[in-house]
Design a protein. Structure first.
Length: 365
């Protein structure tokens, strides 16, 4: 298998310029963590990295997105962005007036444009179906999309991710869905021997750790599940085994190879969450062979080209499998850039090699 640098440094005729069309969501733009400066958005990081890599990048918000086909060409229309530190999209005000003019139509083509998506949300959210339909349409037309809609969907469901990982022989925390509020006591007795604490989370995942709770008693678990089901009866809820640890590990996988690794400390006073965006500390981390192998397997299980795999190390790291927590189809880069600066730029350099455009992940092997 070629190393990451070998993928970049192949024959010169395989290296061709390309452009990135990056779909974002105005509600998601400021969630990524950068290097502590005022430009702490994913958009700022991607723009800076693209400039260094010599790659042109266009940002298009899903809100107000329109794709036009005219004269055999494809154009993307979007609202403009504010030219400030936050760089947020400028939507019309209540009167329909625009603070910032709309962007000029962006011409795209499957031979020169890669589609990156961020902030797609979760299945069932208002507007998400239209957004995913747009990307599906582009996939049918031959565009390289990162992530694919298939990968995004698999990662959106934490329970489906758990199923796919277990099918690959990976170790995951015991995870059981709650289908209705009165089922909590049965699940705790049959699957967890009424032992607390446990983790309560939504199957559709969370943003920056919000929506992941630690439950210390049956009383608190029952009341929380009842409240969630009262708010949204169809909300998919999971009870998960609690594994006490002072850190977890995030691994960035690109086309079946480890690109970057970071250790994330549990937030002081929080007891169980380790999201960088919530203030968790980061550090270097050296993977064991088993941790590396299982991280790559987890990425392949969801068909991910560029994903973040999170795991809790086993006590005996050399001989015991890690606990795979989740696979993120749209991982943030800001936190891990603190550990491996320039990673985002290197990813953009990687796709200059057109051989890497036709490198599908086969998760059926």
């Amino acid at each position: 298998m070629k190393s990451f640098n070998e993928h970049i440094n192949l024959k010169e005729e395989n290296i061709k310029p390309y452009e990135i069309l990056m779909f974002t969501n105005k509600l998601d733009d400021a969630r990524d963590v950068s290097d502590g400066g005022s430009n702490n958005t994913l958009r700022a990081l991607m723009k800076k990295s693209a400039e260094k890599a010599g790659v042109k990048i266009h940002f298009v918000d899903f809100n107000g997105l329109h794709i036009e086909r005219k004269g055999g060409k494809t154009f993307v229309h979007s609202y403009g962005y504010r030219d400030d530190d936050q760089g947020g999209i400028a939507l019309p005000n209540e009167k329909g007036e625009l603070e910032v003019p709309k962007q000029k139509p962006i011409e795209i083509h499957p031979d020169k444009t890669i589609i990156f998506s961020r902030g797609l949300g979760t299945p069932g959210m208002t507007g998400v179906q239209t957004w995913t339909d747009y990307i599906h349409e582009l996939e049918y037309e031959g565009y390289l999309t990162v992530p694919t809609i298939d990968c995004w969907y698999k990662c959106c469901s934490k329970y489906l991710t758990d199923i796919l990982c277990r099918r690959e022989g990976l170790n995951t925390p015991l995870t059981v869905p709650i289908t209705y509020s009165d089922d909590t006591a049965r699940v705790m007795k049959e699957h967890f021997n009424d032992e607390f604490p446990v983790i309560l989370k939504t199957s559709t995942g969370s943003q920056t750790g919000v929506g992941v709770l630690i439950m210390e008693s049956m009383r608190s678990l029952n009341s929380t599940v009842q409240m969630l089901k009262l708010y949204e009866n169809t909300l998919p809820i999971l009870i998960q085994e609690y594994i006490k640890t002072d850190h977890d590990v995030r691994v960035i996988i690109l086309d079946g190879e480890v690109k970057a690794v970071m250790k994330r400390e549990v937030i002081q006073g929080d007891d169980f969450r380790s999201n960088v965006s919530l203030g968790a500390g980061t550090d270097d981390y050296e993977l064991t062979d088993l941790e590396r192998e299982d991280s790559i397997k987890a990425a392949k299980a969801v068909g991910g080209r560029l994903v973040g795999v999170d795991f809790i190390p086993a006590n005996n790291r050399e001989k015991e499998q890690p606990y795979i927590l989740e696979v993120n189809s749209m991982p943030g880069f800001g936190g891990i850039e603190k550990i491996q600066k320039g990673m985002t730029q290197e990813i953009m350099e990687y796709f200059k090699n057109r051989d890497n455009w036709d490198n599908p992940i086969d998760n059926d092997e």
